[in-house]
Ligand binder design. Structure first.
Ligand SMILES: [Zn+2]
Length: 216
């Protein structure tokens, strides 16, 4: 006898799709307005376990990592296993991660992927309202170094500088910085683009003074 297939639908999982759909549409409106560009709705790819995420990457992912973005798509742990498959403890933060990852699509489009990591993560965290404590001065000045992919402090450091740039110099300059980073014929240097936009050299001396003024 031919083997029969019983159609099985996991309602608990599908129920989340409606919520994700609503949330992504809402986020698109917020981000289109903020970045002043219109991007089409991204594809959402959901993982049902940490194991599947590890298989996708080909290595053991860190327990705090629950999502990422690639052109036109957002990859996330499924909301139904967000708490059990990660080190996170507050479910409400899931929706902030969704907005965070969505923001990366805009930042990467504007900069062609040339934003330094602190700027990319800082702005995505800022837009998703993932508030971080102010880093100490030594940590904050690490924007002058290369911050690598696995360095979790990049979120806190980036958030601090983005909030400072945003509040002190406004949104338009920040958008201009992103747009100017987009390389044309050759890769532009971040320091010279920063100077062009803010008329401040991206140096230890100036960043220290900005840090100290901001903390008064
Ligand atoms: Zn990010």
């Amino acid at each position: 006898m031919k083997q029969q297939i019983v159609p099985i639908i996991e309602v608990a999982k599908i129920l989340y799709h409606k919520k994700i759909n609503e949330q992504v549409i809402k986020n698109k409106k917020i981000l289109d307005k903020f970045f002043q560009i219109e991007l089409s709705l991204p594809q959402i790819i959901l993982f049902n376990s940490r194991k599947d995420m590890d298989r996708y990457w080909g290595w053991k992912t860190q327990s705090w990592m629950v999502g990422w973005a690639k052109p036109g798509a957002i990859y996330m742990l499924h909301p139904s296993c967000y708490l059990s498959e990660s080190s996170h403890t507050d479910f409400k933060r899931y929706w902030k991660v969704l907005l965070h990852e969505h923001s990366h699509l805009y930042i990467n489009t504007l900069t062609n992927g040339f934003a330094p990591r602190w700027l990319n993560e800082g702005l995505a965290s800022y837009l998703a309202n993932q508030i971080h404590k102010v880093p100490d001065e030594t940590a904050a000045l690490r924007v002058l170094d290369k911050l690598d992919f696995n360095d979790k402090d990049v979120y806190k450091i980036g958030y601090f500088w983005i909030e400072l740039l945003f509040k002190k110099f406004g949104k338009n300059k920040l958008l201009q910085l992103l747009k100017e980073l987009k390389p044309t014929l050759r890769q532009t240097k971040f320091e010279s683009v920063f100077y062009k936009v803010y008329k401040i050299r991206f140096s230890k001396k100036n960043l220290t003074s900005l840090y100290e003024k901001y903390n008064l």
